[in-house]
Design a protein around this ligand. Structure first.
Ligand code: FES
Length: 288
């Protein structure tokens, strides 16, 4: 069992959990993830350790409440409670070497995955700029990240209450692509890295491609087992089928078939929404 040592809400729908998981803390490398099963018969969700302490044996995970499981975790888990299972570390560590000047981007909660990699690149002597674009009420880690990279650029996008959610998301994509374009016009980068929704990754890639800068992207399709057995996380890279959980999650953005990925990610959006609605209905009716 994995004890919850600390829990706090960081920003709208973003919850920080410090969890005792010595076997993960001992071995995890930037770029790797864990699969968490918080409750008996519960769903398994992939999450990325943001920071960890190898000696004290803890990791920090940040969840964004977007489905039934992350909502149950936010509602039901208290400090001192235990999570049923934390499997990992899984996936390949990010490539660690001297690239030179790096632009490391996190869109929305993608910054959670970008940060540990950017930090490690900076520690290796790379010049690292992180860029976080998200809705204003969802800004997280802006007090922590600047201490570990050369420059942190935050672009909070106001949520327009008169517009629906997809229109608001388009504003984020616009700010993201415009900012990346301005930065690449102004300075020479040796590498761009990005984590975020597949649609935004593709939009940024289209800009980066114009400048011919190498780009890596961590892909986050639906994952179930995280060990290459279920096939849920398959992506097409360089014309071949790959599994994000064992072959990635980091891939060369120039090789990714973005349209296939975007279509696959979209399959599950409705199911996630329905599961969350059912859970909320059950809560309102007093059931668990
Ligand atoms: Fe099952 Fe990758 S999550 S194969």
């Amino acid at each position: 069992m994995y004890r919850v040592l600390e829990k706090r809400e960081l920003a709208m729908r973003n919850v920080w959990y410090k969890i005792h998981a010595p076997h993960v803390a001992r071995k995890v490398q930037p770029g790797q993830f864990v699969i968490v099963r918080a409750f008996p018969n519960g769903e398994r969700i992939p999450l990325t350790p943001v920071i960890w302490d190898r000696e004290e044996g803890w990791i920090v995970l940040i969840t964004f409440i977007r489905g039934k499981t992350t909502m149950r975790m936010a509602n039901e888990l208290k400090v001192g409670d235990s999570i049923l299972n934390v499997a990992g570390p899984l996936g390949n560590p990010a490539e660690m070497k001297k690239f030179g000047k790096i632009l490391a981007i996190g869109a929305y909660t993608g910054i959670v995955e970008t940060f540990p990699i950017a930090r490690a690149w900076h520690e290796l002597g790379n010049e690292v700029t992180t860029l976080h674009v998200t809705f204003e009420p969802m800004v997280i880690l802006d007090d922590m990240i600047p201490n570990y990279v050369d420059r942190h650029i935050l672009k909070p996008v106001p949520l327009d209450p008169n517009k629906d959610f997809p229109s608001n998301m388009k504003n984020v994509t616009k700010v993201l692509t415009e900012t990346v374009r301005e930065m690449l016009e102004r300075e020479n980068y040796d590498l761009v890295f990005m984590v975020g929704p597949a649609g935004d990754q593709k939009a940024v890639f289209e800009v980066v491609k114009e400048f011919g800068v190498p780009m890596k992207a961590d892909l986050h399709p639906i994952m179930v087992d995280g060990t290459g057995m279920c096939g849920a996380c398959r992506v097409t890279v360089g014309g071949e089928v790959k599994f994000a959980c064992i072959d990635g999650p980091e891939f060369d953005a120039y090789q990714v078939d973005w349209d296939v990925l975007i279509a696959r990610v979209g399959y599950y959006t409705d199911m996630e929404r329905r599961a969350m609605e059912e859970y909320m209905k059950a809560l309102q009716g007093g059931e668990q």
